[in-house]
Design a protein around this ligand. Structure first.
Ligand SMILES: [Zn+2]
Ligand SMILES: [Zn+2]
Length: 314
């Protein structure tokens, strides 16, 4: 199994000279099994490039199946869907697995982004057949070569991470999430930091324990590390973590490799180099190899990378 990053950014795309090396597209990861089955994780703007590649790969086929698993339905995780080339070929079947994080069904939420007020063509009227499947934390699913376990995260209106097993190895995609000690995100907007109640703390503790246990034995973890420590102190209610939060979880779960992901739009290439270098050293102390997600980067799962940091080298 290996993965390829097509979008590594959180919140909104930031193309331009400041992000040339790490990339400006929002969250999208291609996971491939050794027998070349493809699983798409999240559908940010990075999905456009991946869709072009997949359409070219399958150009000879009258119909193809595509499987996507979504962490949640915030913009930066779904905005590439209307630009997914296979959606515009009749006969294709696209299955979107997602947690139900809002009152509306996922179909309605995602179709909503192509309502006529916002977009000239409706995704629901696209030639490909779309199917929406609800996922729930703790209830596993199997998609082609992949055994997948959704795990609950701490994010405004909810999100799930995924442990993905295939080819006798495992990776996990843990985005988006706040840490599990200060504030519990629920189904409501938060205007500012909120104090966790005793009950909230019990829920947080369980969420964290379930996450650590789901990650046991995983080789490589992609984790939402949107914030620096200083930024997190200012915005603990935004639902994102820091590399230190991710490292603590990975250390407890015995993870070999942590990949920093969902980079804040304001973190330019120079800053990402610094963050990568700092946490590579910090990770080494804790026994975790820390890398930084970059658009276009391919990572083999379960294969040692010799300790080099792809976030610093070319
Ligand atoms: Zn996000
Ligand atoms: Zn989000």
């Amino acid at each position: 199994m290996h993965l390829v990053f097509w979008g590594v950014r959180g919140s909104y795309p930031v193309p331009g000279t400041a992000t040339t090396r790490y990339g400006g597209h929002t969250s999208c990861v291609e996971v491939r099994s050794n027998s070349n089955r493809c699983l798409i994780v999240d559908a940010g703007t990075g999905l456009r490039g991946l869709g072009q590649k997949l359409a070219a790969e399958n150009a000879e086929q009258a119909e193809s199946n595509y499987n996507l698993i979504l962490s949640h339905v915030h913009w930066d995780h779904i905005q590439g869907l209307p630009f997914f080339e296979p959606a515009y070929q009749g006969g294709n079947h696209i299955t979107v697995h997602a947690p139900r994080v809002a009152a509306d069904e996922t179909r309605k939420v995602i179709s909503g982004i192509t309502r006529h007020e916002f977009f000239p063509a409706s995704l629901e009227a696209a030639p490909a057949i779309f199917e929406y499947v609800e996922v729930m934390p703790g209830i596993g699913l199997e998609i082609e070569d992949f055994e997948i376990m959704p795990v609950g995260l701490n994010h405004p209106f909810g999100a799930v991470g995924y442990r993905i097993n295939a080819d006798d190895t495992s990776l996990a995609y843990i985005s988006d999430t706040a840490p599990f000690d200060r504030m519990l995100h629920k189904q409501h907007f938060v205007a500012g930091p909120e104090e966790a109640s005793e009950d909230d703390l019990v829920v947080l503790k369980k969420l964290r324990a379930d996450l650590v246990s789901a990650l046991k034995g995983v080789d490589t973890v992609i984790y939402d590390t949107h914030f620096t420590e200083e930024e997190y102190e200012k915005f603990p209610h935004w639902g994102h973590s820091t590399p230190e939060h991710a490292l603590q979880i990975c250390k407890e779960a015995g993870i070999r490799q942590l990949i920093l992901f969902h980079h804040a739009p304001a973190h330019d290439d120079a800053m990402m180099d610094e963050i990568g270098a700092q946490y590579y050293v910090r990770g080494k102390k804790l026994g975790v190899v820390v890398s930084v997600a970059k658009e276009g980067l391919t990572i083999p799962i379960g294969v040692r990378r010799g300790g080099t940091n792809p976030g610093i080298s070319a």
